[in-house]
Design a protein. Structure first.
Length: 137
């Protein structure tokens, strides 16, 4: 019974983690807009969320071996979702081989910010609903 009540929270939590990761990737792209030779990165959010929703809770971080307990996790923990980064397609050639399109990156950043906020609102609404059900109001 408890698993059914928390399933939606788990899904939205994974979505929130992926939104946070995407925000970091987009911020990195924007920060490196003037770096010669920098190649912009991004990932397919829908595919990453589908992969995370089908993943089990305790899975190892793929491709990274933690050989010491003092190593920091790259993705926030063994159960957190992981997105596969890809290179973005260059829309305008540049002299310094930088592939960051600032207009596109800013638009993606704002879109991701709005979606992050809406995911937080979904989680908040679900928690309020569960609390009102528990207290009988």
């Amino acid at each position: 019974m408890l698993e059914q009540m928390t399933a939606r929270l788990d899904f939205h939590g994974k979505a929130l983690m992926l939104r946070s990761q995407r925000q970091q990737v987009l911020a990195s792209n924007i920060a490196n807009a003037d770096t010669p030779g920098f190649v912009a990165r991004d990932f397919d959010f829908a595919q990453a969320l589908q992969k995370a929703a089908g993943a089990t809770g305790a899975r190892a971080t793929e491709g990274v071996a933690m050989t010491d307990a003092r190593h920091l996790s790259l993705q926030g923990g063994p159960g957190s979702p992981k997105a596969d980064l890809a290179y973005t397609v260059q829309t305008q050639p540049s002299q310094d081989r930088n592939t960051v399109d600032l207009d596109r990156e800013r638009a993606n950043f704002v879109d991701n910010t709005v979606r992050y906020e809406s995911t937080l609102r979904f989680i908040n609404g679900h928690v309020k609903t569960m609390l009102s059900a528990i207290t009988g109001q």
